[in-house]
Design a binder for this molecule. Structure first.
Ligand SMILES: Cc1cc2nc3c(=O)[nH]c(=O)nc-3n(C[C@H](O)[C@H](O)[C@H](O)COP(=O)(O)O)c2cc1C
Length: 221
């Protein structure tokens, strides 16, 4: 399988615009309704899976368990380009069926990196260490979306949580939060690259073929 042509484009944009890490990520609800929200880009695997993270208790993992259909809209403001990335996604977390996730992502049978349970657990740990203590604290708070009058007062919520600790009490807090920390991996099958700076604008579509090769089509913007 050749390296997708769109991958160096994303990598180059991120190199030039390291702060442009927020994209809109849409899933389908159990009722088949589109649901969109912003998430933070957390990396791309060597075979081109996009990674973001979430709380297992949020809606995204439930949506993905029901339907793997997703789309990303990513506007890189300084260079005025947009990537629209379409493809199945899966939640990666010990509570999830990893083999099913591998199948969804098209990496089943692969023994290294994205096809290895150990690689994903190391990646989850690495991403956990990479986020801020304030963000980690969110995973130790009451279930997202629960009515505020049904949860304990916010004065009792942790403000920040370290990635690791050797104090047993703190270890419990960390474990509870880490238990909710999940990766979402997106397997692009179509990518549209829109360049708004050149006149006329340019719009290029990449589509993965059955044999794993990518076809590039330039279209009118
Ligand atoms: C700039 C920005 C970045 C965000 N990054 C994330 C993220 O990386 N992961 C995440 O789960 N939610 C993130 N959120 C919050 C989501 O937009 C959303 O409110 C939350 O995930 C609940 O969505 P859900 O219940 O549909 O899963 C971010 C919000 C903003 C505004």
């Amino acid at each position: 399988m050749s390296k997708p042509q769109w991958l160096p484009l994303v990598e180059q944009q991120l190199k030039e615009n390291p702060k442009s890490t927020t994209y809109a990520f849409s899933t389908l609800s159990e009722e088949g309704k589109p649901k969109v929200r912003f998430v933070i880009h957390r990396g791309i695997t060597s075979n081109g899976l996009l990674l973001t993270t979430t709380d297992t208790r949020m809606a995204k993992p439930q949506h993905l368990a029901h339907s793997a259909t997703t789309e990303v809209a990513w506007w890189i403001e300084p260079t005025n380009v947009q990537f629209r990335i379409t493809g199945p996604a899966a939640t990666i977390h010990p509570s999830q069926d990893l083999q099913k996730a591998f199948k969804t992502l098209g990496v089943e049978g692969q023994t290294d990196e994205e096809g290895s349970a150990e690689w994903w657990e190391n990646k989850r740990k690495e991403l956990w260490k990479g986020v801020s203590g304030h963000l980690r604290a969110g995973f130790g708070r009451p279930p997202p979306g629960k009515k505020l009058d049904e949860v304990e007062g916010s004065d009792k919520w942790p403000e920040t949580i370290p990635a690791e600790s050797d104090k047993p009490e703190e270890q419990k807090t960390i474990q509870n939060a880490y238990d909710h920390f999940a990766i979402i991996a997106i397997a692009p099958e179509a990518v549209e690259y829109l360049e708004l700076k050149p006149v006329p604008n340019r719009r290029t579509q990449y589509r993965r073929q059955g044999d794993g090769e990518w076809e590039e089509t330039k279209v009118a913007p």
